[in-house]
Design a protein. Structure first.
Length: 181
């Protein structure tokens, strides 16, 4: 079924079209929200709210191709995820972390690290680091967009990204030296 037909079906309240749309986008949106929220149950709650908002507002959406539609859905899911984080707990943006120097052999030894270990490190980063890192490095938002989404300055976004990267490097080096995070 073409995406435009699915969208038209959703606009007319067709439950089958809504189910198809949900199934098409659920996994991708789940992964985006999971990186922000870090908890399966919270992600499920956010996705329910997000898709409710999507179906409620789809009538206002002007179709300009599938990429624009995917971006529209992604924006709703990201905003709902961030809203959930802000409502649930205060986000701390830690500026008191010393600079970290990277070993020159670090890049060449990354093949020894399991991707699951990287995910484990990212999931357990302080919330501020994790949000900025995921939005900038994984989702592709600019620092200006991140600052708008999180209501922080662009410099804070840049600082949190730098510190998130340093945090990841430090944890990887710890894994390499003793095998544990």
């Amino acid at each position: 079924m073409e995406i435009i037909k699915i969208i038209d079906g959703c606009k007319s309240g067709n439950q089958f079209a809504e189910n198809v749309l949900f199934e098409m986008y659920y996994k991708h949106m789940y992964n985006i929200s999971r990186r922000i929220l870090n908890n399966h149950n919270d992600v499920e709650d956010v996705l329910i709210n997000s898709f409710t908002k999507i179906f409620k507002n789809i009538e206002k959406f002007e179709f300009r191709g599938e990429p624009s539609f995917t971006k529209w859905i992604k924006t709703i899911v990201v905003n709902e995820s961030i809203r959930f984080v802000k409502k649930r707990n205060r986000i701390k943006y830690d500026d008191n972390i010393p600079e970290l120097t990277v070993d020159s052999e670090f890049d060449s030894n990354l093949n020894d690290i399991d991707i699951e270990q990287i995910y484990f490190i990212i999931e357990r980063m302080p919330t501020g680091y994790r949000l900025v890192f995921n939005l900038f490095a994984i989702e592709g938002y600019s620092h200006k967009e991140v600052s708008g989404l999180l209501n922080i300055s662009e410099n804070t976004s840049k600082s949190q990204l730098r510190k998130a990267r340093q945090h990841i490097i430090k944890k990887i080096e710890k894994i390499k030296s003793n095998g544990k995070v």
